[in-house]
Design a protein around this ligand. Sequence first.
Ligand SMILES: Nc1ncnc2c1ncn2[C@@H]1O[C@H](COP(=O)(O)OP(=O)(O)OP(=O)(O)O)[C@@H](O)[C@H]1O
Ligand SMILES: Nc1ccn([C@@H]2O[C@H](COP(=O)(O)O)[C@@H](O)[C@H]2O)c(=O)n1
Length: 231
Amino acid sequence: MSDKNTDHASTGSATVVAIDGPAGSGKSSVSRAAARSLGFSYQDTGAAYRALAWTALDRGVDTEDPAALVAVLDDFPYSIGIHPDDYFVRVGSEDVTDAIREPRVTAVVSAVARVPEVRGYLVELFRSIIRSSTTPGIIVEGRDITTVVAPDATVRILLTATEEARMARRSAELSTESAAKTAQQLSSRDAQDSKVVDFMNAADGVVTIDSTELDFDQTVHAVVDLVRTSD
Ligand SMILES: Nc1ncnc2c1ncn2[C@@H]1O[C@H](COP(=O)(O)OP(=O)(O)OP(=O)(O)O)[C@@H](O)[C@H]1O
Ligand SMILES: Nc1ccn([C@@H]2O[C@H](COP(=O)(O)O)[C@@H](O)[C@H]2O)c(=O)n1
């Protein structure tokens, strides 16, 4: 039998909690709160795809041109805060924490994320960030964490909720866009992303947490309990 805490060839020896799920399922907010509660670090991997999309737009690069996107990686000084109380995203000295959430970035991020060379580069970057963590554990969330980035993670979770619940939560937090437009964007991003990675179905050994009928705190507790019982 493999030792859960030593069998992590690609990601080091800390406890790794891998969380995947569709847009608006609560991956980042739930992961951050659970990390805080556990004394763990937290890595938002979608931020890197967004930061690369932001960089491409900033440099006038055509986000539909895979070769041009790959060339952006030659000068992509990305950094992210992995402490749950000190979250930031930077490209060089520029703080892009808020800018990467702008609709113009969200609109093109799936095109950036479907380029295989981009994915390969970022997967290695995510693993090196996991290895750099100095806390007893790290929660890593995204779309392919349970299957590609950290398939040997200590705990692997598919965090999901019905599309209706996810749309309602997303609409509630945005005042500048109509609920209908928000819903349409969420659904079309999931459709594009799921052509590249399957984050709608749990892979073998992955535990599904469906938060449709749970409130935020209950969802965080479900994650924390799962991690504590895996010890
Ligand atoms: N169980 C829950 N009950 C109610 N609201 C929730 C729950 N889980 C998350 N939320 C809320 O849903 C919204 C979307 O969550 P969050 O941004 O964490 O999702 P995400 O999966 O990271 O989305 P994306 O992939 O689009 O970045 C947030 O406002 C969050 O507070
Ligand atoms: N592991 C991941 C994480 C994200 N993506 C792509 O990035 C986009 C933004 O992610 P958010 O979690 O910030 O919404 C997402 O739509 C995917 O295109 C990915 O491919 N793999």
